[in-house]
Design a protein around this ligand. Structure first.
Ligand code: FAD
Length: 509
């Protein structure tokens, strides 16, 4: 009996001690929540005091590509507060925070949607660790973006993130809405408009009227081979590319993974102009149809040979063009290393481009749409590929855009009483960065900073003793450089390509 009494007392004491511990824990948690709530209130008050009665900007973004959505996420994140709720993260829009509406001409991705739908693009981009870390610092669900990501995947991740903010009242994404004149969005009540519609959307006339012409610093023709069914994993492709590059130096060769395993791209850049031109004509002449289906054992070499042989009796002539034998040798090296099952040849021209200016105040441009009385008119700015870029095989274009936009959001002004008065100064840090780093709106005379011409680069590359140098190709690069300069001049005055090729044949190399 005495034993039972002792056990009961002990149980009661243990229970009481447990209750005490639970209560202590509860009260510690309550104190923690109260402190966090107090902190959030103080932060909100300090923020409200700092912006005074200034209203948040109404922001419009044209284009829901990677840069448009990244900007939308950064603006919203900067003006949100976060708390842990019973069902997960709770996002709250702060006092007078800006709103962001994104306009995208493509449709949203649905099951069975084609490659043109939003989030479906399969181009694979090289993403640096630094960019991956930057993105993950601002996203709620981390992703491994580096070393490569599909552009569609980046868009989908950023869209999902922005939709969380949109649900908290930050704005919306409007799919299937093409904006023909971004300045008209000011007439719809937007204070600041960002043009994130890629390199090709804004027309030359639209840009010229705003002093935002797209300037091409230099261009390179690239022969592109898409392949599939390669058997070694893509980790081993870099060493194969290095071995294959030797015969064609100083022209360059890049091997990039594609959307599926075993699929990829080979870029040949800086090939002698007559060879590159022959490939272009062969590709456009449909040399790869039917009869030229490559042999399995030498797919890459065979498809290029088929393209070069396009045109009656041209085969021997094409194969004796400067650089042709070296290029086929490089592809033979890749055939042995990659063991591809099929390939197809393409041709493209890539450029370094930049906009003459990244910003303009629409009040200085005669508007095509009537502006309602009393509506504010802030600036219109270019971002992403609409603003500047480099040949895609350098792999740094989008990485650079992401970093530029972090500066834009951190240093920009997102509140004002009068956007017309605030004008372009609201984004001074971004404008200055784009001038200094990307040469957009650069006022300095070209003599102070000038990218070497292709001809000068060719001379540098022609230094004696460079490993794998083929004199025939190097000498021909000089002709290539002259041809590139002619192309640029021709583009400026609107001469067509056939005319350039004709003058090329007539002029001495
Ligand atoms: C083959 C290839 C390989 C590349 N590889 C790399 C790489 O390895 N690393 C790298 O950093 N970069 C790479 N790039 C570059 C990178 O893809 C671009 O820098 C990036 O896609 C630019 O993003 P953006 O949002 O500025 O423009 P875009 O991606 O062009 O998006 C523009 C968006 O605007 C929409 N739009 C256009 N017009 C309108 C309109 N009038 N109204 C509404 N919406 C509109 C379009 O539908 C699109 O969604 C590569 C590019 C290519 C083509």
């Amino acid at each position: 009996m005495a034993h039972d009494g002792f056990a009961l007392t002990l149980r009661t004491k243990v229970k009481a001690a447990r209750n005490d511990t639970v209560e202590e824990k509860n009260s510690a948690a309550n104190a923690h929540h109260k402190a966090a709530a107090r902190l959030r209130r103080r932060e909100a008050q300090a923020f409200a005091a700092s912006i005074g009665e200034r209203k948040g900007a109404r922001v419009a973004i044209v284009g829901a590509g990677p840069t448009g959505l990244w900007l939308a996420v950064l603006i919203a994140r900067k003006h949100a507060s976060f708390a842990k709720g019973p069902n997960g993260l709770v996002i709250t829009r702060r006092h007078n925070a800006p709103t962001v509406d994104v306009f995208e001409k493509r449709e949203k991705r649905r099951p069975g949607a084609d490659e043109r739908a939003h989030g479906a693009r399969s181009i694979v981009l090289a993403i640096t660790q630094q960019t991956s870390a930057l993105l993950n610092r601002h996203l709620h669900s981390p992703h491994g973006f580096a070393p490569i990501s599909r552009v569609g995947q980046i868009e989908s991740v950023l869209l999902a993130e922005f939709e969380r903010y949109a649900a908290a009242g930050f704005g919306r994404t409007q799919f299937g809405e093409e904006v023909s004149d971004p300045d008209e969005l000011h007439a719809r009540g937007y204070d600041v408009v960002f043009v994130a519609s890629g390199r090709r959307h804004a027309s030359d006339a639209w840009r010229a009227a705003r002093g935002m012409e797209s300037l091409v610093d230099s261009t390179s023709a690239a022969t592109v081979l898409e392949f599939w069914g390669a058997t070694p994993s893509s980790d081993l492709w870099a060493s194969a590319a290095a071995a294959a590059s030797r015969p064609i130096a100083p022209a360059r060769l890049f091997v990039r993974p594609g959307a599926d395993a075993g699929r990829g791209w080979i870029w040949l850049v800086g090939l002698p102009e007559p060879l590159s031109e022959k490939v272009r004509r062969g590709v456009q002449g449909g040399a790869q149809d039917g009869a030229h289906t490559p042999q399995k054992a030498c797919a890459l070499q065979a498809v290029l040979q088929a393209v070069l042989a396009e045109g009656a009796g041209a085969r021997d002539g094409a194969l004796s063009l400067p650089g042709a034998a070296a290029t086929l040798e490089a592809l033979a090296v890749l055939d042995t290393a990659l063991k591809v099952q099929g390939a197809r040849v393409g041709w493209t021209e890539a450029a370094y481009w930049r906009s003459a200016n990244v910003v303009h105040a629409p009040s200085t441009v005669p508007s095509t749409a009537p502006i309602a009385a009393g509506l504010p008119r802030g600036p219109t700015l270019l971002i992403g590929d609409a603003c500047c870029g480099r040949p895609f095989w350098l792999g740094s274009t989008l990485n650079g855009h992401f970093a530029d936009l972090e500066v834009l959001v951190n240093e920009g002004t997102w509140h004002a009483n009068s956007w017309a008065a605030e004008g372009v100064n609201a984004f001074g840090a971004y404008i200055e960065r784009m001038r200094a780093l990307r040469r957009c709106g650069e006022q300095r005379p070209p003599a102070e900073f000038r990218r070497p011409t292709a001809q000068e680069s060719a001379l540098v590359y022609h230094a004696p003793g460079r490993r794998g140098m083929h004199d025939a190709i190097a000498a021909d690069l000089l002709r290539t450089a002259a041809a590139a300069a002619r192309r640029l001049r021709a583009r400026a005055v609107g001469v067509d390509r056939a005319e350039i090729v004709r003058t090329q044949r007539l002029s001495p190399a």
